[in-house]
Design a protein around this ligand. Structure first.
Ligand SMILES: Cc1cc2nc3c(=O)[nH]c(=O)nc-3n(C[C@H](O)[C@H](O)[C@H](O)COP(=O)(O)OP(=O)(O)OC[C@H]3O[C@@H](n4cnc5c(N)ncnc54)[C@H](O)[C@@H]3O)c2cc1C
Length: 609
């Protein structure tokens, strides 16, 4: 099997490649850049608990120390001279991680340098893409013109995505929804560690809104909201703003500060119409742009990578999985669309100068809460989305019991006991290609290891887990928020909750696992296709080919698109199969790369059904 081609070595592409490697899938990353990230302290990212944990797990690197990133201790909202909201981060609302983007990508690149399943081809600008029944062929320009052969391809190539254009996918939305002048500087502010959103600051030219968000090493990123259609800020005007703002916050005198970087962050709101065309996918800024009201585009891009990696891995290892691959768009696009809708609904009230009465009773306080939510990762503007209407959701059943996590939502990171008796975090067990089955069993902390698998309901549950259509790991939690004793949780490899059953129910557990793996959706699709075409059956072509033009999904029945020309001195990418022409030494070879890599546990049987 050919590697997965990832186009773009930004944070999303690097994360996706590492996540695929953890699932034992080889990738080649094509990037037009030189292989190093420009140091831009003004370009930072705020990562919520789930995405921060994802990149830390993949990079094997802990952010949030004195040098690399900051975890905020609290949040305060101010209006003129008044503090209107204050919040301290806690277990219920964990602190976001604020990290310069080049620090993030630097850590991901360092992890990739140690990862034999990921190769990066620098100075390789994608400019052509063809799909056929068994894979894709991509052409890059650079010092060498090269054809690359891949099994799947993911466009993580940013807002101007070439992949998106080559797939002819529209990218409708709004331009310049918000603009911010940004300065990153080192100084001391009166609330170390806390992020601040200050509306209508009470000094001349204070503007409508300014945020100050802590970074590591006494760093701060300060963003001034600019008027929608005003001029951009000149360097002199920006320095004047910095001095005035710092003086306003520090009692009248500008404290000493070291300016590290400045920039303008223009926020567009756009959503690609389709995120999958046959074997090609879009992720990150290539698929969506958002960022108004503190929403974080990069957070969503990382969630795209997490969602897609395990699905692509299943298809890569076990053959076509069209329903599962379709669920990527169904789940992720719906969540990002909901986020954009939520922002669009409140923007006129917040930014239009008409007050918020039309939208939220409680006006000013409601506005402050809304603005805070996007920034701190709460509510519709900030909390990670749940895949509520996913095609992978299991059928409802009387055995399902409620817990505090909604079906399809990201699980809470509780402490669990692993089969070998070790105590670990639930999130530590994610991203390894396995489903997780968690039994809530208060008091198990004191169980003796030698009685571990033979105690209570464990033997029956262990047998049910072994019989599942895909490898799963059995874990035991002392407690899970909202769960009664003996609740059994089924969790996907990306940490989203499939179902919660009241007790050991092997048949329901099996059915839920089938649903989560796309097998139930596949069955429904085949049944529909059989009915629709008078019993001929269409294998798995429905989505990809329903997608239209260039993709035939995973189907072998779809006609291949025209073959690209072969380079003069080498085999055609298509015919050659696995290695890119002229670059064999840097490209991963095909095959089931890395069976001994950690992602797929032994006995990873092909799911049936
Ligand atoms: C000043 C500033 C402040 C920002 N602040 C925030 C913030 O606070 N929060 C937030 O979430 N986001 C912020 N952003 C946006 C954030 O940087 C992007 O959302 C993020 O970089 C998207 O990551 P990505 O991997 O999807 O795409 P990108 O980072 O754009 O990476 C795309 C990669 O694809 C490569 N590429 C492009 N075309 C091709 C091609 N044809 N062939 C090969 N390679 C190609 C590029 O070289 C690049 O490496 C800010 C941006 C700026 C400029």
């Amino acid at each position: 099997m050919d590697p997965v081609i990832v186009v773009g070595a930004g944070p999303v592409g690097l994360t996706l490649a590492l996540a695929l490697a953890r699932h034992s899938v080889p990738t080649v990353i094509l990037d037009e850049g030189p292989g190093k990230d420009e140091q831009r302290p003004a370009r930072t990212a705020v990562l919520r608990e789930d995405t921060a944990e994802l990149v830390e797990r993949l990079a094997g690197h802990s952010f949030g120390d004195a040098d690399t990133g900051a975890r905020w201790t609290g949040w305060r909202s101010m209006r003129r001279k008044q503090v209107t909201r204050e919040l301290t981060f806690s277990d219920e609302l964990p602190s976001p991680l604020h990290v310069p983007q080049h620090v993030l990508t630097g850590a991901l690149r360092a992890a990739i340098a140690e990862e034999r399943l990921v190769k990066i081809a620098v100075e390789s600008k994608l400019d052509a893409l063809e799909q056929d029944a068994s894979g894709l062929t991509a052409h890059t320009r650079g010092p060498k013109d090269t054809w690359w052969r891949g099994s799947y391809l993911v466009g993580c190539d940013g807002p101007r995505s070439t992949v998106r254009k080559l797939l002819d996918v529209r990218f409708p939305g709004r331009t310049a929804v918000e603009r911010h002048a940004v300065a990153t500087l080192r100084t001391e502010l009166p609330w170390p560690g806390e992020a601040l959103l200050h509306r209508s600051p009470p000094w001349r030219d204070g503007g409508a809104e300014v945020t100050a968000r802590p970074l590591a090493d006494d760093g701060w990123r300060i963003d001034w909201l600019l008027p929608p259609r005003g001029e951009l800020v000149t360097p002199d005007a920006l320095v004047a703003r910095i001095r005035e703002t710092l003086a306003g916050w520090c009692g009248g005198a500008t404290p000493s500060y070291e300016l590290l970087d400045t920039g303008v962050h223009t926020v567009h709101h756009r959503l690609a119409r389709r995120w999958r065309v046959g074997r090609a996918f879009l992720a990150g800024d290539a698929a969506h742009l958002l960022g108004a009201l503190g929403t974080q585009g990069l957070d969503e891009g990382l969630r795209d990578a997490d969602n897609l990696a395990w699905k692509l891995a299943l298809a890569w290892h076990h053959g076509p999985r069209p329903a599962l691959l379709d669920s990527y768009q169904a789940e992720r696009r719906a969540v990002v669309a909901a986020r954009l809708r939520a922002a669009d609904q409140v923007l006129p009230g917040l930014r239009g100068g008409k007050g918020l009465r039309a939208y939220v009773p409680g006006a000013a306080r409601g506005q402050d809460t809304l603005l805070m939510n996007g920034h701190v990762g709460n509510g519709q503007l900030g909390a990670p989305g749940a895949y509520a209407d996913s095609p992978l959701a299991p059928e409802s059943s009387d055995s399902v019991v409620a817990v505090d996590t909604a079906q399809g939502g990201p699980v809470t990171d509780v402490g669990v006991t692993a089969p070998d008796g070790s105590f670990v975090r639930l999130r530590d067990r994610l991203g390894r290609g396995r489903l997780l089955v968690v039994l809530v069993a208060p008091g198990t902390v004191v169980w003796e290891r030698r009685h571990w698998m033979t105690a209570g309901v464990m033997p029956r549950l262990a047998a049910a887990v072994t019989a599942l259509p895909h490898p799963a790991e059995l874990l035991v939690a002392e407690a899970y928020p909202g769960a009664a004793a003996h609740t059994v949780l089924l969790v996907r490899p990306d940490g989203h909750l499939v179902t919660t059953l009241g007790g050991v129910r092997p048949a329901e557990l099996y059915a839920a696992a089938e649903a989560a793996l796309g097998m139930a959706a596949e069955g429904r699709r085949r049944a529909r296709a059989t009915g629709a075409d008078g019993g001929r059956g269409t294998d798995d072509a429905s989505t990809g080919s329903a997608d239209g033009a260039s993709g035939s999904a995973d189907s072998t029945s779809g006609g291949p698109v025209g073959a690209p020309g072969s380079p003069p001195d080498g085999p055609s990418g298509k015919a050659a199969g696995s290695t890119p022409n002229k670059a064999a030494s840097t490209a991963p070879t095909s095959g089931n790369g890395g069976a001994e890599a950690p992602g797929v546990p032994p006995g990873n049987d092909r799911p049936t059904g």
